[in-house]
Design a protein around this ligand. Structure first.
Ligand code: GTP
Ligand code: MG
Length: 195
């Protein structure tokens, strides 16, 4: 996809009505700090359109980025963020659930996992939850630049077995630093949103 114009069109908090968009949507889920907002910036060739932070818990709303008036990239709040109350965490969970369950235009959900770590219980739960909602999660292994090249295959396998992914599930490595993996992710998104 050649990025011609992008804008943050809709921001939804825990009490918001979710938009009834006409264009296809692709959503990005994953634990807090895994790199969802950085991935979106990388895909859109923008440095800081989606706000990122070294502090987990940066994105606390569902953010819809309109791309070329042709589709939306959807940034979801991260889970597993310790510094909020259980009550707020549950409300975010409900918001994400409302979105996954209710969107008519959602074409695919990408689940981001840090390539350095084995998937957590929360990651496994999220994977199952996406499947439960009728989607085949596509995995992105983030922060590829943080490991040695010789470790990549081993770490990808750890993610594959840790999440117990369905056969045929794609796991795409990506680095927001080097943009390695960007073209492959766009190629996949292009096929997912094709009419
Ligand atoms: P929340 O909004 O809190 O859910 O986090 P997020 O998943 O949106 O993470 P974000 O994109 O804000 O990135 C978190 C931190 O990880 C930031 O300091 C980023 O610079 C860093 N980061 C993200 N992706 C990469 C990457 O590919 N490589 C490296 N080295 N750092 C990354
Ligand atoms: Mg974020």
């Amino acid at each position: 996809m050649i990025i011609k114009n992008v804008n943050l069109e809709t921001v939804c908090g825990i009490t918001s009505r979710l938009p009834e968009n006409e264009l296809p949507e692709i959503a990005f889920a994953g634990k807090s700090n895994v790199g969802k907002s950085s991935l979106i910036n990388g895909l859109l060739n923008r440095k800081s359109l989606a706000r990122t932070s070294a502090q987990p818990g940066k994105t606390q709303t569902i953010n819809f980025y309109n791309v070329n008036q042709a589709m939306y990239l959807v940034d979801l709040p991260g889970y597993g963020y310790a510094k909020v109350t259980q009550e707020i965490r549950e409300k975010w969970g409900k918001l994400i659930e409302r979105y996954l369950h209710g969107s008519k235009q959602l074409k695919a959900v990408f689940l981001l996992i840090d390539i350095r770590h084995e998937p957590s219980e929360n990651d496994k739960r999220m994977y199952e939850w996406i499947v439960w909602n009728g989607y085949d999660p596509i995995i992105i292994a983030t922060k590829l630049d943080k490991i040695k090249r010789s470790q990549i295959q081993k770490q990808l396998k750890l993610i594959r077995t840790g999440l117990n992914v369905k056969p045929g599930t794609q796991i795409l490595p990506f680095s927001a630093e080097t943009k390695q993996g960007r073209d492959e992710i766009w190629a996949l998104i292009d096929t997912l949103i094709a009419p």
